[in-house]
Design a protein around this ligand. Structure first.
Ligand SMILES: Nc1[nH]c(=O)nc2c1ncn2[C@H]1C[C@H](O)[C@@H](COP(=O)(O)OP(=O)(O)OP(=O)(O)O)O1
Length: 170
């Protein structure tokens, strides 16, 4: 059994707009997404979320609210991605493009779902409405979802996080 790959994903939003970043390189390149990355050894998940947000957008979150947990399985890969999703509506600093991300504000009515990860259109409504959620998505390749479940949860601390893919890896 392989340990999950632990990642963060943070969204800065106002009642009408959301800040997304265009991923210029690495995993998810060419897609709009929130800001995030790997949790480093010795870091808390919240600490990693704040650091990644700052590194990729230039913004410092006063507080981050955990709003969701997403699991991603890629058919044939024994390692699950465990992504902790946060939002903030209180931040300071100046939006700054980084090597990895080009930030841009989008009105909530025109989020560019066609240029984002395919799973986002499922769980964004929960995130945008501040409804805590847990999701599990199985991808075949980088676009096609072959299984998914998405639940509203009362307490994210009680979510049982799977440690291995649903599909046996042959
Ligand atoms: N299916 C998916 N839907 C989504 O919305 N975000 C996803 C996703 N799969 C991964 N992510 C997010 C989680 C995380 O914020 C980011 C990937 O992390 P990283 O930026 O660390 O990856 P990289 O391979 O670019 O790493 P570095 O080279 O270390 O920067 O993409």
């Amino acid at each position: 059994m392989v340990a999950n790959k632990l990642l963060t994903l943070a969204f800065v939003k106002t009642p009408t707009n959301i800040l997304l970043g265009y991923k210029k390189r690495g995993f998810g390149m060419g897609r709009w997404n929130g800001f995030g990355g790997k949790v480093e050894v010795g870091e808390t998940i919240d600490g990693a979320a704040k650091r990644e947000l700052m590194e990729e957008s230039g913004l410092v979150a006063n507080t981050l609210h955990k709003i969701g947990i997403l699991m991603f399985e890629f058919v044939g890969d024994p390692q699950l991605m465990e992504v902790h999703v946060f939002t903030t509506n209180e931040w300071k600093g100046t939006i700054t493009e980084s090597d990895e991300m080009r930030p841009e504000w989008f009105p909530i009515e025109s989020i560019p779902y066609k240029k984002m990860w395919t799973d986002d259109q499922f769980w964004f409504p929960y995130m945008l409405n501040a409804r805590p959620f847990y999701g599990y998505f199985t991808f075949e390749g980088m676009h096609k979802i072959v299984y998914h479940r998405l639940d509203s949860v009362n307490d994210l601390g009680l979510v049982e996080i799977p440690q291995q893919p649903r599909q046996p890896v042959i």
